[in-house]
Design a protein around this ligand. Structure first.
Ligand code: CP3
Length: 350
């Protein structure tokens, strides 16, 4: 929760709609900032399976701190994964390197959904411990918690793994709306409990990732998805903590995604921030949206893009600089450090 140590931090202030004193500067962090782009991450993770690392509090904490130390970003994001609470609720899921989450038994029928067990809050102890250790190390730098939104989780459960267009999940939504709703409600409560545990253990803000919501029409989002996302966020509604809501390809959904209970909207690279701000009526802080494709471009090209993102973000009530999606594994970490220095108004030469 926001407490004395982090309430004046630049990220927390921006999430609450306050502009920076210097309009050219921005608070900044990167989605997937902890990960394979960092040699120290690869060394720490060597020989440890992804989900085992997530459930080892000391390891998860160390990995969370690595990009904060290296880049000087304005926030840490707790090292975990959107499928961690599913594993803790007894779902057989693994994260396969280079592929993503893979499920032993896809969830496709009313019986499959009925077999899903509720999440025992005690099972979240490794997450709570990891967050508490990290918050103690970070001091005045805020730690962000996160969770997957019900639609993105349900997509993985129904498909049994990654999918381009979430076709099976979207078919279930229409073919058997009752089963779909039961699945979404289960996902909402499991992911909501995961969020709540992180906030109670000390995170200063949270982000709900609906990474695949861009596969949906606005009508389907509003009818079949938004109620469950609202239900997930209701688990932290009584806690004093800003909520960021992010998805990719969600230019048509920005207003609907805010209106499920978010304070800040995360925008991917497909829509400029000034246009996103216009669509949101000029009253919602934004986060984003450096196109990850620029990270491997010559520095002057990338720098011009970063400055353009900062300029367009200046239209919004407040703006936290980030990428439009996660850091690609092959990114040169030095480039991320330079972006942080630009955001902080330091003189950066190639
Ligand atoms: O730094 C951070 O952003 C915090 C950690 C974080 C991870 N996953 C660690 C991770 C966060 C916030 C996530 C969220 C997540 N996980 C999402 C939503 C965000 C997004 O990217 O859209 C999704 C869809 C997942 C599911 C998932 N987990 C995928 C698609 C993958 C990638 C598979 C691969 O190997 O390319 C994972 C694995 C994963 N989660 C890694 C990390 C650092 C890579 C694991 C490794 O190092 O081998």
């Amino acid at each position: 929760m926001i407490d004395g140590r982090t309430s004046h931090a630049a990220v927390v202030r921006a999430f609450s709609g306050q502009r920076p004193e210097d309009p050219e500067t921005r608070p900044v962090w990167f989605m997937r900032q902890a990960g394979r782009s960092l040699p120290e991450y690869r060394a720490t993770r060597a020989g440890v399976a992804m989900l085992d690392a997530c459930l080892d509090p000391a390891l998860a904490s160390e990995i969370t701190l690595q990009p904060v130390r290296r880049h000087g970003v304005d926030a840490g994001i707790f090292f975990s994964d959107i499928v961690v609470p599913l594993r803790l609720a007894g779902v057989a899921v693994d994260i396969v390197p280079g592929t993503g989450p893979v499920f032993e038994h896809p969830v496709r029928t009313a019986d499959d959904v009925a077999r899903l067990a509720p999440l025992d809050p005690d099972a979240l102890a490794p997450v709570t411990e990891g967050v508490a250790l990290t918050v103690a190390e970070l001091g005045s730098t805020p730690l962000l918690g996160f969770a997957g939104a019900p639609f993105t989780l349900a997509s993985y459960l129904v498909e049994g793994g990654p999918s381009k267009d979430q076709l099976r999940a979207r078919t279930l939504m229409h073919a058997d709306p009752g089963t779909w709703q039961a699945l979404m409600d289960w996902c909402a409560d499991v992911t909501g409990a995961f969020l709540r545990a992180q906030v109670l253990a000390g995170t200063s803000a949270v982000q709900l990732f609906d990474s695949w919501a861009g596969a949906l029409s606005l009508a389907d989002y509003e009818a079949h998805v938004a109620p469950a996302s609202r239900r997930a966020l209701s688990h932290v509604a009584d806690l004093d903590v800003p909520v960021v809501h992010f998805g990719t390809g969600t230019g048509e959904l920005l207003v609907a995604m805010r209106d499920v209970g978010a304070d800040v909207v995360g925008v991917d690279h497909r829509i400029p921030l000034d246009e996103a701000n216009r669509r949101l009526g000029g009253r919602t802080p934004l986060q984003g949206n450096i196109d990850p494709a620029y990270l491997d471009a010559p520095w002057p090209v990338l720098e011009a893009h970063v400055r353009d993102v900062i300029r367009r973000g200046g239209d919004a009530p407040a703006h936290v600089l980030n990428l439009g999606h996660g850091v690609p594994p092959a990114t040169d970490p030095e480039v991320l450090t330079r972006i942080v220095r630009v955001a902080h108004g330091e003189d950066v030469r190639a």
